[in-house]
Design a protein around this ligand. Structure first.
Ligand SMILES: CC(C)(COP(=O)(O)OP(=O)(O)OC[C@H]1O[C@@H](n2cnc3c(N)ncnc32)[C@H](O)[C@@H]1OP(=O)(O)O)[C@@H](O)C(=O)NCCC(=O)NCCS
Length: 198
């Protein structure tokens, strides 16, 4: 089991060196990460963009983790920079073969450019290691950073779910994005060759 875990980590971990200073990697979330991830998720600058915006209690967070980590269709990943937990990514397989939804957030005090590193590592992982065929994302219409982030990563806007989400006495549109494995292969190739995503 320990060897399997090590092999898994070696396969999974996407290590990048940023100007020889910042080392970042993506790794599976464990129970030891609960408090770090809760602090990130509850940060006002993350929470305001989520579909559920209340402050999450430690119990609620724990029971979410217990459920999600038992679910074979869900993958929970921590993005670390210099061993500090700086982001979170979740992939959840849908009922469509090879298609998963993703969700993510980066620590608001992480340096500019952290999102692109997390996105690059997570999508490379999803397509290469998990063998997924398509990743889908959804963002509230006013979440401009996330909308621009999806476009930046090469996602195509595939639709708008009008007035899909009720919050603060109003309905809000959801913007739907999709990215195919073959599209990512081109972006990844260009990224590596142009140093664009580093
Ligand atoms: C979305 C998020 C991951 C972006 O992280 P980030 O570290 O700011 O991203 P980067 O600095 O690497 O920027 C990458 C690209 O994202 C887009 N972007 C990021 N922040 C943006 C902003 N405030 N306004 C517009 N576009 C933005 C840009 O296209 C940017 O490329 P550029 O720098 O060449 O313009 C981060 O803002 C976040 O965690 N938001 C809160 C959680 C969230 O909304 N999650 C998604 C729910 S759908």
């Amino acid at each position: 089991m320990a060897m399997e875990l090590l092999a898994f980590e070696l396969l999974l971990v996407v290590c990048m060196v940023d100007h020889g200073i910042n080392h970042s990697r993506l790794r599976p979330m464990t129970a030891a990460d609960l408090s770090d991830i809760l602090a990130l998720r509850n940060h006002a600058e993350v929470r305001r963009y989520m579909l559920t915006q209340h402050e999450i209690s430690a119990e609620e967070h724990r029971s979410w983790f217990d459920r999600a980590s038992q679910n074979k269709k869900v993958e929970l990943l921590v993005w670390e920079m210099n061993t500090r937990c700086c982001g979170f990514v979740q992939f959840k397989e849908t009922n469509y073969r090879g298609v998963a939804d993703w969700g993510f957030y980066v620590a608001p005090d992480a340096p500019k450019g952290s999102g692109r590193k997390l996105g690059f590592a997570a999508l490379t992982h999803a397509f290469q290691k998990d063998g997924l065929y398509k990743i889908c994302g959804q963002a509230l219409r006013w979440n401009v950073p996330s909308i621009e982030f999806h476009k930046f990563l090469g996602f195509t806007q595939e639709g708008i779910l009008r007035d899909q989400h009720f919050h603060n006495d109003k309905y809000h549109d959801m913007i739907c994005f999709g990215l195919l494995k073959r599209e990512w292969a081109c972006i990844e190739y260009e990224g590596v060759n142009n140093d664009h995503h580093r």
